[in-house]
Design a protein around this ligand. Structure first.
Ligand SMILES: NC(=O)C1=CN([C@@H]2O[C@H](COP(=O)(O)OP(=O)(O)OC[C@H]3O[C@@H](n4cnc5c(N)ncnc54)[C@H](O)[C@@H]3O)[C@@H](O)[C@H]2O)C=CC1
Ligand SMILES: O=C(O)C1=N[C@H](C(=O)O)C[C@H](O)C1
Length: 266
């Protein structure tokens, strides 16, 4: 049995993860963490998904993580980095699904992976990771002459934009075209923008309702266009990917990995 802790237990992803872990025969939910002041603190984590499991939601990671081998964290960047420091000190591996990190914060994650195993990926679904491979191939074959635009849509509660997945898609396409995303990204357009510069990669963000997560990469050429789209219809797809990542870490005691490594498609 692999002991798994979940941070952000009462969140949208936290609930999907509790359901997935408590249903997996080879995994045991060993801790459930929430932010200080959470109304869910002190309650049975299983109650959030309809089946009490005896794990009480804690706001004290220092004590709650004592029994855990892997922490799956889908929270906010600051919370993830606090958990990271603790996990690094205790030798607890981490699956990090949180998005919205700055470059500096990402460097901290990279550094911690010298001591512990970390899978860090903005999207844990198998489908999106296959799409990343398709994007690499499409960009290499199409080359210059096709304008690249990335459109993402998410639910009204999402706090970061563009999504981590959209940014990763941009990085993959930029790398395939020999560009640096930091230099060629255009985040939204307004007013008299002038004509589109050919070397740019544009991003457009939509927020509304309960959209789980849609991503489209458009390659627009002369006389034709290609759209590569992924639509998530349930958070279970992210949760199942996170569990695959946790099992992978049981065999990889240190180092920084993403879902391409977990799926063996790097
Ligand atoms: N990598 C992937 O496949 C996916 C990544 N995400 C990312 O995961 C993150 C969470 O997404 P949602 O679950 O939709 O958000 P949410 O807002 O529903 O849940 C976040 C939870 O974290 C908790 N939290 C905040 N600070 C905390 C702390 N210090 N300790 C413990 N818990 C804390 C909040 O109280 C909340 O319950 C976002 O960054 C999102 O972009 C979401 C879906 C898939
Ligand atoms: O916040 C979300 O919901 C999601 N966030 C991830 C991201 O920012 O890419 C992944 C997924 O699209 C859902």
């Amino acid at each position: 049995m692999l002991n798994i802790a979940i941070a952000g237990a009462s969140g949208r992803m936290g609930r999907a993860l509790i359901e997935a872990v408590t249903q997996a025969a080879d995994l045991r939910l060993s801790a459930a963490l929430e932010r200080p002041g959470s109304p869910y603190a002190g309650r049975d984590a299983g109650e959030l998904v309809g089946t009490p499991c005896g794990v009480i939601i804690s706001t004290e990671p220092e004590t709650a993580l004592a029994d855990s081998r892997i922490l799956i964290d889908f929270t906010r960047p600051e919370a993830t980095l606090n958990h990271l420091a603790l996990c690094r000190a205790r030798g607890i591996a981490m699956v990090i699904g949180t998005t919205g990190f700055s470059a500096e914060q990402k460097a901290t994650i990279r550094e911690a992976a010298e001591d512990i195993g970390i899978v860090f990926a903005p999207n844990m679904s198998v489908g999106v990771n296959v799409v990343l491979k398709l994007l690499d191939m499409a960009a290499r074959v199409l080359g210059e002459g096709y304008d690249v635009e990335i459109i993402e849509a998410h639910h009204r509660h999402k706090v970061d934009a563009p999504s981590g997945t959209a940014l990763r898609m941009g990085e993959v396409v930029a790398a395939a075209l020999g560009r640096d995303l930091a230099e060629c990204a255009v985040y939204g357009r307004e007013g008299v923008t002038g004509e589109r510069l050919p070397s740019t990669i544009g991003f457009a963000t939509v927020r509304g309702g309960d959209i789980v997560g849609d991503h489209t990469v458009l390659f627009a050429g002369i006389g034709e266009r290609i759209e590569i789209t992924h639509k998530a219809s349930s958070r279970a797809t992210f949760a199942m990917g996170a569990l695959r990542a946790a099992r992978f870490l049981a065999e990889h005691p240190r180092g920084l990995y993403d879902m391409q490594d977990v799926l063996g498609i790097r």
